[in-house]
Ligand binder design. Structure first.
Ligand SMILES: [Zn+2]
Length: 128
């Protein structure tokens, strides 16, 4: 994720971010910054669990302190290594072999109640 995306997703004003040193702090520098009293998350104010130095064009090097949720929200993830159709086929085969039922819900937000699970029935959510 590039710096522009990071700043935009966190909705932060670069001027509000603490200036960072000209060197790149390693793990020890991050631990010292977070310390026993963590800095607040730059996006929501919750205690930061991670920190990073970024060079923001026009603003210089700045600390980006993030809470767990904002760290997750700004961590780039990759999709499954196989096509979704292939993944579904493997899940269906596994359910068949286990003589169970498989409910695949591709849009968990469209479900108003969680599917019942128990016995040989399992529910699986896939996000696209
Ligand atoms: Zn946060």
């Amino acid at each position: 994720m590039d710096v522009d995306d990071l700043v935009q997703i966190l909705a932060v004003d670069p001027l509000q971010l603490d200036p960072a040193p000209p060197w790149s702090p390693r793990m020890r520098g991050a631990i010292e910054r977070l310390g026993a009293t963590p800095k607040p998350c730059v996006a929501c104010g919750a205690p930061a669990r991670a920190t990073r130095v970024v060079a923001i064009p026009g603003y210089g090097r700045r600390w980006i302190d993030r809470c767990r949720d904002h760290l997750i929200a700004t961590t780039q993830r990759h999709g499954p290594p196989v096509a979704v159709g292939e993944l579904l086929a493997v899940l269906e085969d596994a359910a068949h072999e286990a003589r169970g039922e498989l409910t695949i819900i591709t849009d968990p937000l469209a479900v108003t109640a969680r599917p019942q699970t128990g016995g040989n029935t399992r529910a699986c959510w896939l996000q696209r």
